[in-house]
Design a protein around this ligand. Structure first.
Ligand code: AMP
Length: 474
């Protein structure tokens, strides 16, 4: 499949060429034809799969073929809702890049900055508005924008939108958008609340999915360090002392911890910056720009702040803290190994996080290999491998020295496990390597065919519901 097969207009094809895209990604192959037809769409895809172009290109095509002049004041034709400012900015940048030869206009609005420029940009009407829910509601309340002429409504990262408590805002915004419209909903995960939302918002949608929730990018090498809580900072600095690591994105669970880790690294002479919700928009953009330009080597982020961070060639993600929601692990490591590039994800696991690790391993259906040769091994040693059978009971209280795993899982019958066929072999004569760059070198010879079957499936499906004519306004 080539971009030329979609029948996209010349100005769009030119921009795609200038972006350097050779072939469409799986989500683009699956989604673009349906969006071009005007169908509603429910897309299960993570950021990093090329999903922005999957909706932006057909929307730009529609807008350029159906121009409206003059525009009604303060009106918008396409509304894209995004949970975070960073993602909203990136989506708007993508519309600007892909639409640079079309004359289609866009603007982005989000909170935390003065609104006067945003109000000014909306004054004469705009084709595409990318917005975070809170600021959009403010502007709607002030009548600075009207959604009465929206023809296409996109909800991006809907799962994160609900996680962040935006459901009421989304409902209020949806009430302002005409019922006759095309709706596209993208989400990295498809829990029940997203299905419920989709059922309310979408009309006979086409469902497309790339990379199932439980799968981790095939190009990402993953490994785990079992470490004492107090030694995590030392371990991080020890890893980052390896000068071959040009850039790393480090995840912490809390904002406070992100600040402390960044400060500690800075003191050790490793240029680092923290990015999280308590930082001003300017501070976040400065940190991100510094990281992109290579002035800041390590970006320390919380989950929400990191959503939508799009950095080409990010080779290493480090989970300083393991997330207690296993899906967040998949999102985090999705920051590396993008667009088919090689990436590495290293996770630190202290005693209290061992149950989280088990949850993650069950979700991704894979045991993470332990790196044992490092200066800060856990006094508990390396736990036995997680039994990968999915369980649906409440986690037992932590017991003894190996909370949540060990004894109880050992006594269970072991199903055939899917494991990484590498040097890791947790619990069975580990011989992990000392530093990640070495590990990477050692692992780079492994071909895709050596990966566990579960991982090899790129697991895509398209289920097409009965045809109907476009619900998009003419
Ligand atoms: P997204 O999932 O939209 O955040 O996109 C992730 C990254 O993939 C962005 O840096 C895009 O520029 C890039 N990208 C999108 N589509 C393609 C493509 N067809 N070929 C190569 N890179 C792409």
């Amino acid at each position: 499949m080539q971009f030329s097969d979609f029948g996209l207009s010349q100005p769009l094809m030119k921009a795609i060429g200038e972006e350097g895209y050779d072939t469409p990604t799986p989500i683009q192959i699956k989604a673009i034809p349906h969006v071009l037809e005007g169908r509603d769409l429910l897309g299960c895809a993570q950021t990093g799969t090329g999903k922005t172009a999957a909706f932006a290109l057909p929307i730009l095509q529609y807008l350029s073929l159906n121009r409206k002049h003059p525009r009604a004041a303060r009106s918008v034709r396409v509304l894209v809702l995004s949970p975070t400012r960073e993602l909203a900015s990136q989506i708007a940048d993508s519309f600007t890049s892909y639409g640079r030869h079309t004359g289609i206009t866009n603007t982005v609005v989000f909170g935390g900055v003065n609104q006067s420029r945003q109000v000014g940009a909306l004054e004469r009407g705009i084709d595409v508005l990318v917005a975070t829910p809170g600021r959009l509601l403010d502007l709607l309340g002030q009548k600075a924008v009207s959604l009465a002429h929206v023809e296409v409504f996109v909800l991006d990262e809907a799962d994160r939108m609900l996680d962040m408590g935006f459901i009421h805002d989304v409902r209020k915004i949806t009430a302002e958008v005409p019922a006759k419209r095309q709706t596209l909903l993208f989400s990295a995960t498809m829990p029940d609340d997203i299905r419920t939302l989709a059922a309310k918002l979408l009309h006979e949608p086409v469902e497309v999915a790339v990379t199932p929730v439980a799968s981790t990018a095939e190009t990402v090498d993953q490994a785990i360090y079992f470490v004492e809580k107090a030694d995590k900072r030392g371990l991080l600095a020890w890893i980052l002392d390896d000068k071959r690591i040009e850039r790393a994105l480090v995840f912490t669970r809390t904002k406070h911890s992100a600040n402390r880790v960044a400060e500690h690294l800075d003191k050790r002479g490793i240029r680092a910056a923290a990015i999280h919700g308590n930082k001003s928009q300017n501070a976040r953009e400065r940190a991100l720009d510094g990281f992109k330009r290579g002035e800041v080597r390590v970006l320390v982020a919380t989950d929400i702040a990191a959503r939508g961070i799009d950095i080409d060639q990010l080779g290493l993600v480090i989970n300083y803290d393991l997330p207690n929601v296993p899906e967040a692990y998949v999102h985090r490591i999705g920051r590396t190994g993008r667009a088919g590039a090689a990436g590495q994800a290293l996770s630190f696991c202290e005693a209290e996080e061992r149950p989280y690790l088990a949850d993650i391993e069950r979700l991704i259906q894979m045991n993470l290999g332990a790196i044992t040769q490092h200066p800060f091994p856990s006094s508990l040693g390396v736990p036995p491998k997680t039994e990968l059978t999915k369980r649906h009971h409440v986690r037992a209280p932590q017991q003894g020295s190996q909370p949540g795993r060990g004894g109880s899982s050992q006594s269970r019958p072991r199903p055939a496990q899917k494991q990484r066929p590498s040097t890791d072999g947790r619990g069975a004569g580990q011989q992990g390597q000392s530093r990640p760059a070495q590990q990477h070198a050692a692992q780079s010879g492994r071909s895709a065919s050596q990966r566990p079957a579960q991982q090899q499936r790129s697991a895509t499906h398209v289920s097409v519901r009965p045809e109907r004519s476009s619900s998009r306004a003419p």
